[in-house]
Design a binder for this molecule. Structure first.
Ligand code: NAP
Length: 347
């Protein structure tokens, strides 16, 4: 077994890590960290558990420690669910000795840090060697994208590989869990919609281009098509919905688009990684799907569900669809775990 730690283990994403890792066949949770508010307490006393599942027995008695490498022994991989500002300071310290699989945005766009979705751009892991050389670390940092970007980019990948994308417009309807437990006050969101999520549109635009770019001689050149995002918070607990509008250089056959998405498989499927969904994209034919409550848990929350795939008659060479992805599983903890499974398998 590989010993793993979770940084920020008491939070929204930290709890998803615990839920997903408690039964993992290759990773064993041996360390949990949080802020000084929680350090020194047993995990069950430090944590208000938010998930539908019960807190796993195996973690209840683990003592939560301060998020500092000197407090964490005998761990090979640490999963980071820290707020960005803490991640920026702490993740590099952990990377001196450990593998850090991070959800936080702090290090995502660093030139020598791989930003990876295993089905989309596993080759970016080649940056690890450069990172270790540049920084003199024995460990390294690998990051996964922002939650809404992950779901979008998984659906774009098979289209991008076979057709010439000119522009992507995306309008999101994002769940409140995406902001953490204390993130959105109930008075702001019940019976309401908030048409702004700080930094989210910029992340969706730059991360999508970065993920679908190319890596040559240690340098990532982003994809050149335009991405325009409008991000909104809605009164849904888990599961981000996105309305996606794509314009291609030439006219596309809708059956070919459907087949490309349906048949899409990536390296996690080829390697049969434990957390890999059988199909990264599940297409629903019904007019009223996907819906977050019904589709977010598709394949353990690791598959993205697409529906309403149709031509867009208003514009030339255009089509559109709606997707749902689980923001704290495929969009956060599950994404980091899949990155770690890939690294564990191939490195
Ligand atoms: P959260 O619920 O607010 O949890 C934050 C965690 O970090 C808690 O364990 C907290 O410990 C700990 N923490 C807070 N301040 C700290 C400090 N100064 N030093 C050490 N630990 C500290 O946040 P979240 O929603 O889980 O998000 C965690 C990270 O994942 C963020 O970077 C977020 O942007 C990213 N992310 C979230 C989602 C999502 O859907 N929620 C998706 C993708 C990425 P205490 O309990 O002791 O305060």
């Amino acid at each position: 077994m590989v010993n793993v730690g979770i940084l920020g283990a008491t939070g929204m994403v930290g709890q998803r890590f615990i839920e997903l890792l408690a039964q993992h066949p290759k990773f064993e949770i041996t360390a949990l960290t949080a802020s000084q508010r929680s350090a020194g307490k047993k995990y069950e006393d430090a944590t208000t558990w938010y998930l539908d599942s019960n807190m796993p027995e195996s973690v209840k008695d683990i003592k939560v420690v301060d998020t500092d490498p000197s407090q964490v022994d005998d761990v090979d991989i640490v999963f980071s669910a820290l707020p960005t500002e803490n991640a920026a300071i702490v993740e590099p310290k952990f990377a001196e000795k450990h593998i850090v699989a991070s959800n936080a945005s702090a290090m995502r766009m660093e030139d020598d840090v791989p930003l990876v979705i295993p089905e989309v751009n596993p080759e970016y892991l080649d940056l690890i060697e450069l990172q270790q050389k540049n920084r003199g670390w024995d460990g390294f940092i690998v990051t996964n994208p922002n939650c809404s970007t992950i779901a979008l980019t998984i659906t774009l990948k098979p289209i991008y590989d076979q057709f010439d994308i000119k522009r992507v417009y995306v309008s999101t309807m994002q769940a409140v869990s995406g902001a953490g437990y204390n993130g959105v006050p109930s008075m702001a969101i019940v019976d309401n919609l908030v048409p702004f999520i700080g930094g989210e549109e910029e992340k969706m635009e730059t991360e999508t281009q970065h993920l679908l770019g190319s890596l040559e001689d240690g340098v990532v050149t982003p994809a050149s098509f335009g991405v325009s995002a409008s991000c909104h918070r809605v009164s849904v607990v888990d599961g981000h919905t996105e309305a996606v509008f794509i314009e291609t250089e030439d006219k596309c056959d809708m059956d070919e688009i459907h087949a490309a998405m349906d048949q899409f498989r990536g390296m996690p499927q080829k390697l049969d990684l434990y957390s890999a969904p059988e199909k990264p994209i599940v297409i629903r034919p019904e007019d009223n799907r996907p819906q977050p409550r019904m589709d977010r848990n598709q394949d353990g929350g690791m598959a993205v569900t697409v529906g309403r795939l149709r031509e867009d008659a208003a514009f030339e060479n255009s089509f559109r669809y709606v997707l749902v992805g689980h923001n704290t599983i495929r969009g956060a903890a599950g994404a980091s775990i899949l990155n770690a499974e890939l690294i564990n398998e191939i490195m």
